[in-house]
Write a protein that binds this ligand. Structure first.
Ligand SMILES: *[C@@H]1O[C@H](CO)[C@@H](O)[C@H](O)[C@H]1NC(C)=O
Length: 135
């Protein structure tokens, strides 16, 4: 019984830590890249500021990544997409951090952003989704 309580406590503690430093959730359950932490700084952003994005994780198979597509929509309307070149083959069990800047929206509303690793442009193998609100 004591062990169960201790384990439950540790799980609560570690998930609280993740919430403090990470934002968002996976939007591709078959991804060969498992995100261990996703940090947006500053978070939440204010209108038009530069956010530094760090996506930490590891690869579960050898995979070529041509680019990162970063797509954003406001209030659920159409996506606008930007591409960041990668052009690198990653190895099984390789730990890697994808880091890039992006500019927060400046019109008020709810923004949803998806960060996707692509094997070629338009062909995503991994997806991470986060949202922010601009007043
Ligand atoms: C987005 O939604 C918010 C809240 O409903 C609203 O205030 C804002 O005007 C909307 N913006 C656009 C561009 O639709």
């Amino acid at each position: 019984m004591k062990t169960i309580i201790l384990v439950a406590f540790l799980i609560v503690l570690s998930s609280a830590e993740l919430n403090e430093y990470g934002v968002g959730q996976s939007c591709d359950s078959n991804s060969p890249f498992a995100v261990t932490n996703f940090v947006v700084d500053p978070y939440p952003p204010t209108a038009g500021v530069q956010m530094n994005i760090n996506m930490y994780g590891s690869f579960s198979k050898d995979v070529y990544i041509s680019d990162i597509s970063v797509r954003t929509r406001l209030n659920g309307s159409s996506w606008s997409t930007k591409y960041i070149d990668v052009g690198q083959t990653f190895k099984y069990a390789q730990v890697y951090t994808f880091a890039f800047p992006m500019t927060a929206g400046s019109t008020s509303g709810l923004y949803e952003t998806q960060v996707r690793l692509e094997s070629k442009e338009g062909s995503a193998v991994s997806c991470w989704d986060f949202s922010y609100h601009i007043a």
